[in-house]
Design a protein around this ligand. Structure first.
Ligand code: TYD
Length: 210
């Protein structure tokens, strides 16, 4: 049996982390085995790479280096955590995946199609079964983040950069319309959690009926 691979995407400040926690709690209460993880990160090696990428003291980081580091962190995460969990039949809830690299590095940084290529190599064909997109105006997202003084190297980017990220996501939403579920992240945490739960249940039921 193979598990379910569910990813969460969206702009910085859209509240993915809280929503993943809420969906994980819900699924566990229903008796599912759930692995809750994030990118960049999820393994010791990937968390070390994360610290390197997000370090505000390395503004000189080349865009290609950045893209390769995200892909390297992802390769380790897929082989060490995600694939074994899916093989066990678990539900994997992952905060960001390849689509983040396509939106941030491919589109907003302007690196283009090479980003999809290095990521195809990094993940060896793994694709999410379902992706929740937490839709929020980039300006509202940045406002939420800037309440917290410890923002990272990517969060320090300009509003123009975050608008380009959003454009990148718009293309992905069209390209992968079958797996993308877009939800309004401007509502309260509890309302959003209920909406995500409802969509997840409908999707699960449809999957079981085929
Ligand atoms: P994340 O921890 O998800 O931040 P947040 O909770 O604020 O959304 O991701 C860290 C940053 O890394 C975030 O600004 C998005 C960026 N990122 C990329 O640029 N490319 C990637 O492939 C991933 C996974 C994240």
């Amino acid at each position: 049996m193979s598990g379910l691979f569910v990813t969460f995407e969206g702009p910085d400040g859209s509240g993915k982390t809280t929503q993943i926690q809420k969906l994980a709690d819900y699924c566990r209460a229903k008796g599912y085995a759930v692995v809750q993880t994030r990118e960049p990160g999820g393994t010791l090696i990937s968390e070390k790479i994360r610290a390197l990428i997000l370090d505000v003291n390395t503004p000189e980081m080349d865009d290609v280096t950045e893209a390769l580091l995200y892909a390297a962190a992802r390769a380790q995460h897929v082989s060490q955590v995600i694939r074994p969990a899916l093989k066990r039949g678990d539900i994997v809830l992952c905060d960001r995946f390849v689509d983040s690299s396509i939106a941030y590095q491919g589109h907003a940084r302007g690196l283009g199609a090479g980003v999809a290529e290095i990521n195809a190599f990094a993940v060896q064909g793994l694709e999410p079964d379902l992706t929740f997109f937490l839709e929020l105006d980039p300006e509202a997202g940045l406002k939420r983040i800037r309440k917290n003084s410890n923002f990272d190297r990517l969060e320090q980017e300009t509003l123009a950069f975050h608008r380009r990220v959003n454009e990148g996501y718009e293309l992905l939403r069209r390209q992968y319309a079958d797996r993308y579920k877009v939800v309004d992240a401007a509502v309260s945490e509890d309302v959003l959690a209920l909406e995500i739960r409802r969509i997840f249940e409908v999707w699960l039921a449809a999957r079981h009926s085929v």
